[in-house]
Ligand binder design. Sequence first.
Ligand code: ADP
Ligand code: MG
Length: 251
Amino acid sequence: MPADTKALQVEGLRAGYGKLEILLGTDLAVGPGEFISLMGPNGAGKSTLLKTIFGMTAITAGSVSWNGERISGLRPRDILRRGVAYVPQGRCNFPLMSVDENLDMASFAFPGGKRGDRDFVFDLFPILRDRRRHPAGYLSGGEQQMLEMGMAMLLRPRLLLIDEPSVGLAPQAIQQVFAEILRINAGGCTVVLVEQNTRKAMEVSGRVAVLRLGQVIWTGPPAAITHAQLGSLFMTGRLDMAPGTSAPPTV
Ligand code: ADP
Ligand code: MG
């Protein structure tokens, strides 16, 4: 692949729910193996962008390409088949079923009756191996988030879209979940993370993109932006720079 090839390319994307457009011309390019965090105020369209990449909303204009192939317009199962996995916000497991049974349920969604690579998931999250016969509902919040990720990692995806994995977790569990996402990324999987915990997201990601009112208004490395500037971008859409400082790179 040429050096400038983007693994994920979102161009002029307009999408939403029925006639309601939420994404209003979103552009985002993510390189192979990158770890990018999407941030922005509530309602900006972050979750909608992940859902749209995964083929779950109505697209009215623009495109999504993955490794040079247009995937916008495909069904989620066909996007999954191309190595893209999506972990929605909140808990999606079956609380009365065991960890093993939950992984079975996840693999029913796979095309061609594939069972997925259970050992790969257990090697990534050894705690799930230890808890495999436990009902998912009895796991701690952090363990449940690992189960969510494990369900997504069964097909060994090359792109992980993950929405707010830290919500509702204790600080120690948050640390652990981020460490796991970093490990998945170190294994070569490209990561697009939506995260409200901006400090944590800036710590772990190689690049940040700020979404506001359905558009990416800024992107750059975490070191190029302060928390105050990030707050200003969220609130006003502008970087209110202190006099004498140089502007960080923009899109
Ligand atoms: P974020 O994740 O940035 O907080 P979302 O993408 O969840 O924002 O939501 C963006 C907008 O889309 C919000 O105004 C929200 O109310 C609306 N929205 C989200 N999901 C739906 C849905 N299923 N149907 C209609 N509107 C929705
Ligand atoms: Mg959201």
